[in-house]
Unconditional design. Sequence first.
Length: 290
Amino acid sequence: MTTKFNIFIILLIVLVNCADIYSPFGVKGKDAKKEIGDLNTNLTILTSTTLISSDASRNNFKCQTDPTAVVGSTNINPAANFTIPSDANTTDLDSRSGGIRYFRSNASSQATSVVIQSIPTETTNSTVSCTYAISPVACSGAINTSVSVSSSGLSTFVTAGSCIAITCTSAAYIRILPANVSGINAPTSSNPFQFFIFSFRFLASSIFNDISGIKDDTYYTEESFKKCKNSVTELSLLSSSISVNSLLPFRDALFCNKPVTSFPIQVNPFLESALKGNECKLEEVNLIGF
């Protein structure tokens, strides 16, 4: 009787997969998917926090100066020493040596809009004591200015035949860029990309489940589950790194009044989830639950 019972138990184990019954040493698929989902949520928050903190570092951001920048004159009635930029070109005005400095442009050949912005460099802050005037009168005579140069970079209209005159009474670095190509007109910070991340996260989770093939009632080995979580973490950190690095030229445009040459890269969440799902082909426990 005992022998028959033992044979029956062995046959039962062989015929019925223990992976779908219970394993004290394995991880149930339903629990595995929940834990991976929580991990993805935490990693998404980490990624978004990194993007936000990267964009919020404006106060510490230092813009690169141009070796061809026009150095201001000490003469209150200087000859024109710079040209109003066109296309995607910039004109840099250098008053970093301090004292009172004057700048005067050539007369504009056509009506245009420009952004006149003080920018932070290694030796200057974005908050400066500089004023400007735009008119045909500013093309000659002693420079007389009254409108403050801003660090926020507001667009200013220049009529045909007018000149831009600027006076600085503190150390400053000013960049002028045509408004139609200004970095200020680009999407600010990483808001569009944060929206992209959160809007599609729920669909990405479905893609992960389909590709990974994890079944709710099946038990999987702890070792394969750990490998899965490590892969999920590594792929998320890689995605975050790509996003942050792609923000560097974008921050130049936003903080330094530079043309936007490219938009920040955000890894497609569908592709990311597919890669994670492919890395999470969990191994089912064996017939005795290991």
